[in-house]
Design a protein around this ligand. Structure first.
Ligand code: IMP
Length: 488
């Protein structure tokens, strides 16, 4: 089939976008220095949502750049807890554009429920926009995730311990292309309907082959799936747009953008503890590809970590508190005080001592300029705190995190012991903290080589200490709009 090219006037070709009262061409180079990335430095659940919520009002847009409904960010405002999975945490601040970027995989049913939940609590979601390039998690992705995990657990292989939210199969389809569905496709029902006939046939055959002949086949009816897609198109149509062009226009107009990473660096598909990782680029590098902005528009990178380690799912965790009864009791105490149960799946998280060798690696990989140390209050009452600074691997001392799960599982942690501290939930400045807590933070700064920018001493927005003392990369206006405070 041939089409006649449409020739438009040169003035139309220079597409303009109205941004913040000024007209900026959407293809102009983005202004430098307007973006800040919030990235997790451990295995997820570090408290990134709280930091994004805290910094959101200093930015005009917040964009989520990776992952899907596998992530769970909880934010507490005046004692009320909000659990967010797909919608950026910035939604809880008014007058901010909240963007689900092209790097995200969207489960429309999940998003619907999340929106309904926010509306029921009176949250204004009119600032939400969804990238037309973001991929749709389809029913067969969730079914395949479940089946693959079962398959792996039955054989000589080990399951990944996924959230079963269809994340891996959806990203796999994105890479495969032919059978993938993007949010923008939901707005072209006729084209999609023709494709769905073939996609449903392939997915039915594929899943049937994994399930086996006597296990009861799942069959995907193209008409039913088409109806589902049309209902999603109707619901999300008003939100779906070219968010990448919009973000570049905003950056060109001098606006600042907060990039919200989901999951975390040790779960990054390239740089994490492979294969026990998720399927996206959670590290700061993913911010540019996952939202469609130039790398040069990213000026600040804040790394979020807890005062200890947690991990959900399979894979090695050298500092896990499981060695003996005393260790297990400390781990259980931390799990209970820190509410260490998955926001998404409710699974109890594995708990361990702070692994600074891992954080040093992720901070350096991401180019982190400031650390946010979260949940420090949860450590209160633990008499002696252990911190891992390196490992012994096959009789040799190593400082660097090994490149994969096989080698990491053979590592024994090397610990430094520090004094514990009591209740710190009332502290609002560094000087309110007991000296042992300050020594713990100093040790983190020295070992990682990055200054501490924020300390969280409780779940509420108010229970946050801005600690930055103008160290590496803080600059005069600070990272993420945080002005440097007096040195402690
Ligand atoms: P998937 O992302 O559902 O494929 O799961 C892959 C691995 O990443 C599993 O070990 C999950 O438990 C883990 N994971 C994915 N997202 C998160 C998160 O937001 N926090 C903690 N672990 C996560």
């Amino acid at each position: 089939m041939t089409t006649t090219p449409h020739v438009q006037p040169a003035s139309d070709a220079l597409r303009h976008a109205e941004v913040g009262g000024s007209r900026a061409p959407s293809n102009a180079p983005a202004a430098r220095g307007s973006g800040t990335v919030i990235v997790g430095l451990q295995w997820g659940d570090e408290g990134k949502g709280k930091i994004v919520d805290l910094l959101a009002d200093r930015h005009q847009a917040v964009v989520r750049y990776n992952g899907g409904a596998n992530a769970g960010h909880s934010v507490v405002i005046k004692g009320e807890r909000y659990a967010l999975h797909l919608i950026p945490s910035g939604v809880l601040r008014p007058n901010i554009a909240c963007i689900i970027g092209n790097g995200v995989v969207v489960d429309p049913d999940w998003l619907s429920r999340e929106l309904d939940g926010l509306h029921a609590r009176g949250v204004d979601t009119s600032g939400l926009l969804i990238s037309d390039r973001a991929h749709v998690v389809m029913p067969w992705h969730k079914a395949e995730d479940e089946l693959r995990e079962r398959w792996l657990s039955e054989g000589a292989l080990e399951p990944i311990g996924t959230t079963k939210r269809g994340i891996g199969p959806c990203y796999a389809d994105k890479a495969l292309r032919g059978t993938a569905i993007r949010m923008g496709d939901l707005l072209r029902p006729d084209v999609l309907s023709a494709r769905l006939a073939s996609i449903c046939r392939l997915k039915t055959a594929m899943l049937g082959a994994i399930t086996g002949p006597d296990q009861g086949m799942t069959s995907y009816d193209p008409a039913a799936i088409n109806e589902l897609c049309q209902s999603w198109g109707r619901r999300f149509g008003p939100y779906i747009t070219d968010t990448a062009a919009l973000l570049r226009a905003r950056l060109s107009a001098g606006q600042s953008v907060l990039f919200e990473g989901a999951n975390a660096t040790l779960l990054d598909v390239d740089h994490g503890t492979y294969p026990y990782v998720t399927s996206s680029n959670c590290a700061s590098h993913g911010a540019a590809t996952g939202s469609g902005v130039p790398v040069t528009s990213i000026a600040g990178i804040l790394g979020v970590m807890k005062g200890y380690s947690t991990r959900v799912g399979g894979g090695p965790m050298p500092t896990e508190l499981i060695g003996n009864d005393a260790d297990r009791a400390i781990g259980e105490g931390i799990r209970a005080r820190g509410r260490e149960y998955g926001t998404t799946t409710g699974r109890p998280r594995r708990v361990g001592w702070l692994d600074l060798a891992a954080v040093r690696y992720t901070a350096s990989l991401n180019g982190v300029q400031g650390l946010c140390v979260m949940l420090l209050d949860v450590l209160a009452g633990v008499e002696r705190l252990r911190v891992c600074t390196g490992y012994v691997l096959e009789g040799r001392h190593i400082d660097e995190l090994p490149p994969d799960a096989y080698l990491l599982s053979r590592c024994t942690p090397v610990y430094t012991e520090l004094a514990g501290f009591g209740d710190i939930t009332q502290a609002r400045s560094m000087s309110d903290l007991p000296s042992a807590a300050r020594a713990y933070l100093d040790f983190i700064e020295r070992t990682v080589g990055v200054p501490v920018a924020y300390v969280s001493v409780g779940p509420d927005r108010e229970q946050t200490i801005a600690a930055i003392s103008g160290g590496a990369g803080a600059g005069s206006s600070g990272i993420g709009g945080v002005a440097p405070k007096a040195a402690r």
